[in-house]
Write a protein that binds this ligand. Structure first.
Ligand code: NAD
Ligand code: FES
Length: 280
């Protein structure tokens, strides 16, 4: 059993959990995910790790209640325990393998959207811990959906908050902010974009115009997260990859977005019947 040490309501229907899982906390790296099974009757839900604390032995996840399984997860309270918490799974972010001196020469831009903001935090935190700088664009529907602003602000050089309705920060989509920065002469070497599929697709279309290499996280198309179901197949260039074992991070400019999004929408219709939902 995996005890919930802390639960925080970050935004409407969005909750942060610190879960006691010392072995996972000791080996987790930015970019990886866990599988959560809430109780004996629950589905397997893959969730990207949003932080980990080796000393406290906790792993942090952020969950958006959107269907039966995630509603069940967010109903758990501090002091209660989840049945299973498996990980760390998937490959860690590719920059971890890069030479630190080479990495220092590159300008990184993280583009976080909605609940996808959570998995950006451990990546930017890793940059800060290794003496590297980065900028972050954080997009949300409106002010009440902006999450982890303080945490992200503490690990980057510049944090640009945008809201679709202009209720807070820059008014516009994250792609509008990328264009705004480039129009002002900013330039980056690598972009890492994590958020809803539609956002990642349009970020890639935008960054292609600037010849800006872009890494995306394909967690949203995962189902069982083990390499067994085949649901997370994604075309990357001329190769077929599994998001859960070959990813979740891939070169976004090589992804066949139309087939990936079609696949995700097929699961959505299945969810409504079988009450199964892919990653949130
Ligand atoms: P949202 O719909 O509020 O969108 C967040 C931001 O994305 C918006 O504020 C906007 O700036 C940008 N965006 C949306 N549509 C866009 C478009 N067409 N063009 C350019 N930018 C656009 O996000 P949400 O409701 O929090 O998203 C939930 C989704 O996030 C879920 O479907 C889940 O699968 C996904 N998610 C992905 C990951 C991941 O690892 N990729 C992790 C967690 C959640
Ligand atoms: Fe089932 Fe990857 S999620 S094979």
């Amino acid at each position: 059993m995996y005890k919930i040490e802390r639960k925080v309501n970050l935004a409407p229907n969005i909750y942060l959990f610190d879960v006691l899982a010392p072995r996972i906390a000791a080996s987790a790296k930015p970019g990886q995910f866990i599988i959560l099974i809430a109780d004996d009757y629950a589905e397997r839900i893959p969730l990207t790790i949003s932080d980990y604390d080796i000393e406290r032995g906790t792993v942090q996840i952020v969950v958006q209640a959107s269907g039966a399984s995630t509603q069940k997860i967010v109903a758990f309270e501090e002091g209660e325990s989840f049945k299973d918490f498996v990980g760390p799974l998937g490959r860690y972010s590719e920059f971890l393998d890069e030479d630190l001196e080479e990495l220092k020469k590159k300008r990184y831009l993280f583009v976080a959207g909605g609940v996808g903001t959570a998995p950006v935090y451990p990546q930017a935190k890793w940059f800060k811990e290794h003496g590297l700088s980065c900028d972050i664009i954080l997009g949300a529907k409106s002010k009440e959906f902006v999450i982890l602003e303080e945490e992200l602000g503490s690990v980057c050089d510049n944090l640009y908050v945008c809201t679709d309705d202009g209720s807070y920060g820059f008014k516009g989509l994250v792609t509008d902010k990328i264009k705004d920065l480039y129009s002002k002469g900013e330039k980056y070497d690598v972009c890492v974009s994590i958020g809803p599929m539609i956002m990642m697709k349009f970020v890639c279309l935008t960054t292609k115009e600037y010849n800006l290499k872009t890494i995306v996280s394909m967690n949203p198309i995962m189902v069982d997260g083990t390499g067994m179901c085949g649901a997370c197949r994604v075309k990357v260039g001329d190769k077929t990859k599994f998001a859960c074992v070959d990813g979740p991070e891939f070169d976004g400019h090589l992804i066949d977005w139309n087939s990936a999004m079609k696949r995700q929408s097929q699961y959505k219709s299945a969810d409504s019947v079988r009450k199964i939902e892919p990653h949130v």
